[in-house]
Design a protein around this ligand. Structure first.
Ligand code: CA2
Length: 212
């Protein structure tokens, strides 16, 4: 079991300054190239984020995209020794139940196509408050997914059902991790529920700060 996270800032209740967390209106990628390129438009923030910034009394529920990559549709059908007997539909049901108790809205997707994941991440940038991502094998290969996550300007929790560090060496490196606030692996379907819990904290802390 491995649970990794950026825990240096003093736990979920701590609310570090914008400067310390590196939060700004511009996604990190906008600063690449020494200012020679035009900056990206800031993300269009969710209804929850805007309402929280305006100090509205009744907030809409924050939305979390839960995205699953290639072959995860086969869960419960093959390789139960590695990935367990549960299906992806079982994971979705568990996420739905946990989201309800946490006060989150979830949008749950699976695809076998890299470009579709990039499209959903771009959509999340405009409408969601956080992303849970199990990119499957694309975790270890996809710079396109890393770039999409880097420009999304959203908290991301990377999840893997299996402990990728007990497996083949090529699974030890993750491009997704470079854009993730935290990584959960080796805990099976429970990892998705833990990721939602972590995101709920990150979203609430983040919305107390200024920005777009
Ligand atoms: O452990 C995970 O969640 C993984 O993201 C799963 C990916 C794998 O490539 C990553 O290294 C770790 C593979 C998903 C394939 O899922 C299957 C499920 C049942 C049968 C065959 C594949």
């Amino acid at each position: 079991m491995v649970v990794q996270g950026n825990m240096a800032a003093g736990g979920p209740q701590a609310k570090p300054s914008r400067e310390r967390r590196g939060l700004s209106c511009q996604p990190a990628a906008a600063n690449a190239g020494g200012g020679r390129t035009a900056p990206l438009a800031p993300p269009r923030r969710s209804a929850y984020y805007k309402a929280a910034l305006l100090g509205r009394e009744s907030l809409p529920l924050p939305t979390v995209f839960i995205l699953n990559g290639p072959n995860l549709n086969l869960l419960g059908v093959r390789e139960p020794a590695v990935y367990g007997r549960g299906t992806l539909a079982d994971i979705e049901a568990r996420c739905q139940a946990r989201a309800q108790t946490l006060g989150l809205e979830i949008v749950f997707h699976q695809t076998n196509h890299e470009g579709q994941l990039v499209d959903w991440i771009q959509q999340a940038r405009e409408t969601a408050d956080g992303i849970v991502l199990n990119a499957g094998a694309l975790t270890h290969t996809s710079v396109a997914i890393l770039d999409a996550l880097s420009t999304a300007g959203l908290p991301v929790i990377e999840v893997h059902l299996s402990n990728i560090f007990r497996r083949e060496r090529f699974r030890h490196h993750s491009y997704v991790s470079l854009a993730a606030s935290g990584v959960i692996c080796g805990l099976g379907a429970h990892g998705y529920e833990l990721a939602l819990e972590a995101l709920a904290n990150l979203i609430v802390n983040r919305s107390g700060e200024g920005g777009q």
